[in-house]
Design a protein around this ligand. Structure first.
Ligand code: BEZ
Length: 310
């Protein structure tokens, strides 16, 4: 006797008709009748009064019906509880580069948590290159970074291009240029680059930016992280190029000026394993756009499935 037999029997009793039960169960009537005959044969008793219209149960059939209903409802409960336990145990892991913390990353993760309360979310700081390796090894499910690193096993989607700013101390002559500065205005300044982790990283991007404009800054000092760089700037030690979102780091005498050159933007990419179209991947992608909408950030929506890489 299988659960399927119980489901058939309960439907027949409730519909009081083989024909109606067969329609409801999406099966033909002859196999349904055979299943009930098999069930009665296995039990060695008759469950339904033969020839009754509408169909009636025997006394044993009524007893069997009541217990079958209970058993089916228990089976449903087990199914949904197991699914819930499975959902609670699922962990979704995200890699991110540190500089994204100053921007929208925390809002995106918070929204994702709100919309997926049963999912355990872990986020791990990793360089873009480390994210690619972690995705391939299955250690993370999604990564957010700033570098255009390609890999045949990885899908990379450009989310947006963040403008860049220049951090200066309030007494610096450039601080008066509140409308902004160009790279050519700052190339000879002492400036801090970060991070000092393995290359390529954000400092590599800044070096490339200068060389794209044929400029060769000579006075570059690499420091461990952005907080240190802007701290040095606030102390009057030099200047520093940062993504717009770093403006959330506020210190006395620290000014941020727009960097006006067209190519002075820092892209933000989302990376996943190729062909990974699972529900949570789509959901995190959707959260990014919901936050952009809330913040009034312009973007070009890219359909994630089979999205082209940029
Ligand atoms: C953003 O600032 O656009 C961003 C930050 C983290 C993840 C995704 C997007």
């Amino acid at each position: 006797m299988e659960l399927r037999h119980l489901r058939y029997y309960v439907t027949i009793v409730e519909e009081q008709s083989f024909t109606k039960a067969a329609e409801k169960l999406y099966i033909a009537q002859p196999p349904l009748s055979r299943q009930i005959q098999n069930l009665e044969a296995e039990l060695g008793i008759q469950l339904l009064e033969r020839g009754s219209r509408p169909l009636k149960t025997t006394e044993a059939g009524q007893f069997f019906y009541q217990h079958a209903v209970k058993l089916l409802s228990n089976a449903e409960e087990i199914k949904s509880m197991t699914q819930r336990v499975g959902m609670q145990e699922k962990t979704f892991r995200m890699g991110f580069v540190g500089s994204l913390l100053f921007g929208l990353l925390s809002k995106i993760v918070y929204l994702f948590r709100l919309q997926h309360p049963h999912l355990k979310v872990e986020w791990i700081e990793l360089s873009t290159a480390e994210q690619i390796a972690a995705l391939k090894a299955g250690r993370i499910d999604v990564g957010f970074g700033r570098l255009r690193i390609s890999d045949p096993a990885i899908r990379r989607v450009l989310l947006r291009e963040e403008p860049m700013m220049v951090a200066v101390q309030s007494s610096h002559p450039l601080a008066k240029q509140s409308h902004g500065v160009n790279l050519v205005d700052i190339v000879h300044e002492k400036q801090f680059l970060y991070p000092s982790t393995a290359k390529p990283n954000f400092s590599t991007q800044i070096r490339h930016l200068y060389s794209e404009y044929g400029l060769d800054p000579k006075n570059l000092v690499e420091v461990r992280e952005v907080q240190l760089a802007v701290g040095m700037v606030a102390a009057g030690e030099g200047i520093c190029i940062v993504p717009d979102s770093a403006k959330t780091i506020q210190l006395p005498h620290l000014h941020y000026l727009p960097l006006l050159d067209d190519r002075a933007v820092s892209p933000i990419f989302m990376v996943t394993r190729n062909m990974d179209d699972t529900e949570h991947i789509r959901a995190i992608f959707d959260c990014v756009y919901q936050v952009y909408d809330l913040e009034g950030i312009p973007y070009q929506r890219v359909e994630f499935l089979n999205a082209p890489s940029y």
